[in-house]
Ligand binder design. Structure first.
Ligand code: F0G
Length: 455
């Protein structure tokens, strides 16, 4: 049979509250045309993020009861430490409540004003956390990584020549290099093993450590297995281990491939930064053996990290995105190709070719998907990455994307079929879609709270 089934069955369900188009019009207006401001109950298919939104397994719920809630030295900490050491090969594990806390703790400990940190693409919280401490965050993804329609097996790869130029010209400003796997901002695109290896060697030549942002390391490892020659017969677990072997440390949002609803961590190979990191951790998150997490959350993560490496699950996971991509292709809707691991990124410019960027086409498309079908995605375009400058003018992003990100083990094939139909209908009615203008915006991460009106 050619249908790839969901490799799980459902033990506990959550009803979806149905809404009408008329209701959704009122709800979106009340949310100031910002889907982040909607109540989740008013959404039919919530693809805002794959972060912390997935379904935990029966084994994870079982582990929750085993949580040791001791303040110091909890058994759950040591259990998770063992799992993380096995997967990453790194000695030192520092728990935080989620990924951005890991970033904040690490950057506060290690970076200083005026520094520069290259990556393929920094995620928005990573960029914001770096900029907050006065660090310039530079995206160096390969050119293909910014061209939605160009096919490339590893569009998340970093441009080594650009990084080398930075190291040569401004090396003294660079405390470390980063790389995000998979490259979320660039479309959930994987980074090849060859690229990670070469990047690490380049950094090493200039005496710089490599820090990986590893939220989706298991999906990246599966892509390597499927696409990079020489890895067809290597287990995803071993591939992940090799990926980690090139890094000196990593920040992790466990809310992705950790298969949990909350959690994160830093891992470090050496002790150089450890004291400073743990000092900052105590100030910002908590005592080193729980960081920002409850004992039960440490347990759920210990199980989740193992489940996230299951190859049947990963094969199904990557196929899900590919399946929706095939349907969009048939409907003539452009998207970042090939589809990424955790999400499909619609290229809004292919749906709304005539809308000026100043009317935020990806934001407009996001709103249209909600109005038409109750689907919530997230804009990855000029609202997220553009800025209002001090002189009042706006800067715009190079791409106008709508990300539909899939919570893990949560939505079934019929949800995907429905979404494909909605998107096709939106494309048909594109002429009636209206752009927006900003009426109020905060300074950082403006997309979360920005208020808009129709343009
Ligand atoms: N790095 C990457 C690549 C991410 O995708 C995220 C979160 C973070 C760091 C921060 O982790 O949310 O646990 O604090 N991404 C989510 C998303 C929010 O929707 O893509 P966090």
């Amino acid at each position: 049979p050619k249908t790839m089934i969901e490799p799980f069955r459902i033990k506990s369900v959550e009803p979806i509250r149905m809404t009408t188009r008329l209701e959704r019009e009122k709800l979106l207006q009340a949310a100031r045309l910002n889907v982040f401001q909607l109540r989740a109950e008013d959404v039919l298919i919530d693809w805002l993020t794959d972060s912390g939104t997935g379904a935990m397994s029966a084994r994870q719920w079982g582990a929750i009861m085993e949580g040791d809630e001791s303040y110091a030295g909890a058994r759950s900490y040591f259990r998770l430490e063992q799992v993380i050491r096995d997967i990453t090969g790194m000695e030192h594990f520092v728990p935080t409540h989620q990924g951005r806390a890991a970033e904040k703790v690490l950057f506060t400990a290690v970076c200083k004003k005026g520094d520069l940190v290259p990556s393929n693409c920094h995620f928005d919280t990573t960029r914001a956390n770096l900029e907050y401490v006065g660090v310039e965050a530079v995206d160096c993804v390969i050119a293909e990584g910014l061209q939605p329609a160009t096919l490339h097996p590893f569009k998340g790869n970093i441009d080594l020549a650009r990084v080398e130029a930075l190291l040569k010209e401004q090396g003294e400003r660079i405390p470390f290099g980063m790389i995000t796997v998979t490259n979320n901002t660039g479309g959930g695109q994987p980074v090849s093993m060859a690229n990670i290896r070469a990047y690490a060697a380049l950094l090493k030549k200039y005496g710089k450590p490599l820090i990986m942002d590893v939220c989706r390391f298991a999906e990246n490892a599966m892509f390597i297995k499927m696409r990079e020659s020489g890895y067809e017969h290597t287990s995803v677990r071993d591939i992940a281990r090799e990926m980690f072997s090139y890094a000196d440390g990593a920040t992790m949002s466990a809310k992705k491939d950790g298969m949990v609803n909350i959690g994160g961590f830093i891992v470090l190979r050496a002790t150089d930064w450890l004291d400073e990191v743990r000092n900052d951790l105590i100030m910002m998150e908590g005592f080193p053996t729980y960081g920002g997490m409850a004992g039960r959350d440490l347990e759920a993560l210990a199980v989740g990290l193992e489940e996230g490496l299951d190859e049947d699950y990963l094969r199904y996971r990557l196929r899900t995105a590919e399946y929706l991509g095939e349907k969009l292709e048939a409907a003539g809707v452009g998207f970042v190709k090939p589809t990424g691991g955790h999400a499909v990124y619609i290229d809004a410019k292919t749906v709304l070719p005539d809308m000026p960027v100043a009317h935020y086409p990806a934001w407009a498309l996001c709103n249209a998907l909600y109005l038409e079908g109750g689907i919530r995605g997230v804009e990855v375009g000029s609202m997220m990455f553009g800025k209002r400058l001090d002189d009042g003018t706006e800067t715009f992003h190079s791409m106008e994307l709508v990300r539909l990100a899939f919570p893990r083990r949560m939505y079934t094939q019929s949800h995907f079929d429905y979404a494909a139909e909605v998107i096709a209908e939106v494309k048909q009615k594109a002429a009636a879609i209206r752009g927006v203008r900003i009426t109020k915006q905060p300074r950082f991460l403006r997309h979360f709270t920005v208020q808009c009106d129709w343009a």
